[in-house]
Design a protein around this ligand. Structure first.
Ligand code: ZN
Length: 53
């Protein structure tokens, strides 16, 4: 429970593929929340017009 809450505030996984991100980059998702996107999903994030932090 606590772990889950913590994860909500400090996402440690890629927002797109849900894997442990390699060289993650911060982006804002549709809700304006800071999320991490791993390098291989960056093109996908760009296509979805996610804003870079
Ligand atoms: Zn990814």
């Amino acid at each position: 429970m606590l772990e889950k809450l913590k994860q909500l505030f400090t996402p440690k996984q890629c927002a797109i593929c849900k894997q442990k991100p390699q060289e993650p980059r911060p982006y804002y998702n549709d809700q304006g929340e800071k999320v991490l996107v791993c390098q291989k999903c960056v093109p996908y994030a760009e296509r979805r017009a996610m804003r870079r932090v």
